[in-house]
Design a protein around this ligand. Structure first.
Ligand SMILES: Nc1nc2c(ncn2[C@@H]2O[C@H](COP(=O)(O)OP(=O)(O)OP(=O)(O)O)[C@@H](O)[C@H]2O)c(=O)[nH]1
Ligand SMILES: [K+]
Ligand SMILES: [Mg+2]
Length: 444
């Protein structure tokens, strides 16, 4: 899997649960001194992989720190691949602080930095990079669809697929290198191999490009579907934002030009993450600060997934800069509207609440169409970049004309395999080639 790395001889510990007051707080330890920490604090190592009740004592003073459930998890079949221990403490701040202070005095133990447990799990080959990212995303998941997507990645959906593609790439590379080595000896039919090779490279390229052609919905789901509220000053943008988010996030007044800085509110719409952005009203203005606000509004509009274009009863639609972005016309302040209803769009009143459910349904539908339900393979720009490079190299192999220098073909295959390896964090190609060549039977 990963290249051999020197064993880490330090032991790390950290609270694994939140920082507030709670019934239980979990402290995890990983590294060679984990067992020693149990010896010193809990009077010994209990039966492995079972929670046992122990009195925890300060190793120096002998004072009781807590009555806690402790677990002894000898490596390497642990989350990090190292010896581990867990303390399930009473969740008060003073208990936690006392135990962490005692652990810091165990020889070889030190507090963990952020992500240190997952980092060790990766370095010890327990998880690949995509699974590490899945853990991070699962912890950050705020909505149901994000949870599903993170769990799928943690489960290895992306890692396994890319590993299979990489395996195919390595086979192609091994075949091409063998052809290169033995071409002059007449053992391998070079032309036959070329045709098969370019066909297989094209198939691999197509599979990768197929996964990339997903409308970036995995990335969008991590970031949230971005809905920008735009329109003329006093159209009622801030009032609508407050109403939709259920809190007074933005200042509302009857003075046009109230909002200058964009205000973002994250919300959960039927399990989908949506970011609502209130913006400065669009108009020509002499006020330098408001003008900067308007420039920012245009920037937000350009990066929006959906624009809610708000128009009050007496107002006109602002068209400038809105043409290429998916937009929904929203007629505001319907409680004030007199005369015939205007044509087109949705009609709402932030004051009476009329039309808000229909508006939320429309936004949710747009978000669902754009985000999917967490079944995307690619969830980060990092994956997209590496996979795109792999596909480009395979494309060159597939398109190479007859008689193309075989050294260049193998180089492109090597780079494709390397790019695929980056996704899971496996970059050492040589050792895999050695293994493959060892079983590669050409009789030499
Ligand atoms: N009657 C009624 N008044 C509304 C409604 N929505 C907003 N208003 C009023 O319209 C005025 C402007 O509202 P804002 O929410 O500040 O408008 P805005 O679009 O954010 O304005 P700027 O930030 O200046 O661009 C305020 O006095 C609001 O109380 C509504 O649905 N009905
Ligand atoms: K206003
Ligand atoms: Mg406003």
């Amino acid at each position: 899997m990963t290249d051999a790395l020197p064993a880490r001889d330090d032991t790390i510990f950290a609270p694994a649960s939140g920082s507030g007051r709670a019934a239980v707080a979990v402290v995890r330890i990983s590294g060679p001194a984990s067992g020693c920490a149990l010896d010193l604090l809990a009077g010994g190592r209990p039966e492995p992989r079972r929670l046992s009740l122990r009195r925890l004592r300060d190793p120096e003073s002998g004072d009781t720190l807590d009555q806690a459930l402790v677990a002894w998890l000898p490596g390497p079949a642990t989350a990090t691949g190292e010896d581990m221990a867990e303390f399930h403490l009473h969740g008060g701040l003073a208990v936690r602080t006392a135990v962490l202070r005692a652990l810091a005095r165990v020889p070889g133990c030190r507090p963990a930095e952020a992500g240190a447990f997952s980092r060790r799990a990766f370095l010890n080959g327990r998880i690949d990079l995509t699974e590490a990212e899945g853990i991070a995303d699962l912890i950050d998941a705020e909505t149901e669809a994000q949870r599903v997507q993170a769990l799928r990645q943690l489960d290895g959906a992306l890692g396994r697929q890319v590993a299979a593609w990489r395996e195919t790439g390595i086979e192609l590379l091994a075949g091409a290198e063998a052809a290169l080595d033995f071409a002059d000896e007449g053992d391998v039919d070079e032309d036959g191999l070329d045709a098969a090779l370019s066909g297989r490279a094209a198939a691999l390229r197509d599979a990768i490009r197929g996964a990339l052609a997903d409308g970036r919905r995995g990335e969008r789901l991590r970031e949230g579907f971005c809905v920008v509220l735009a329109g003329a000053p006093n159209a009622g943008k801030s009032t609508l934002l407050n109403r939709l988010s259920g809190r007074e996030a933005a200042i509302v007044s009857d003075i046009p030009g109230t909002t200058r800085d964009a205000i973002e509110v994250r919300c959960d719409l039927g399990g989908l993450p949506v970011v609502l952005v209130d913006t400065a009203g669009l108009r020509e203005t002499e006020d330098a600060i408001e003008a900067e606000g308007v420039r920012r509004t245009h920037r937000h509009i350009r990066s929006a997934d959906l624009v809610l274009h708000l128009v009050p009863p007496d107002g006109e639609a602002v068209t400038e800069g809105l043409s290429d972005i998916p937009a929904l016309l929203v007629r505001t302040k319907s409680d004030l509207a007199t005369g015939a209803a205007a044509e087109g769009g949705l009609t709402v009143s932030a004051v009476t609440g009329a039309g808000l459910d229909a508006l939320l349904d429309a936004v949710q539908d747009a978000a669902a169409a754009s985000l999917g339900r967490g079944d995307a393979l690619v969830t980060r720009e990092r994956h997209r970049d590496a996979l795109s490079r792999a596909a480009a190299h395979l494309d060159r192999v597939a398109a190479a004309p007859a008689g193309f220098p075989p050294e260049l073909i193998t180089e492109d295959l090597r780079l494709a395999v390397r790019a695929l390896g980056e996704v899971g964090g496996h970059v050492g190609v040589e050792e895999m080639l050695d293994r493959l060549f060892a079983g590669f039977c050409i009789g030499k």
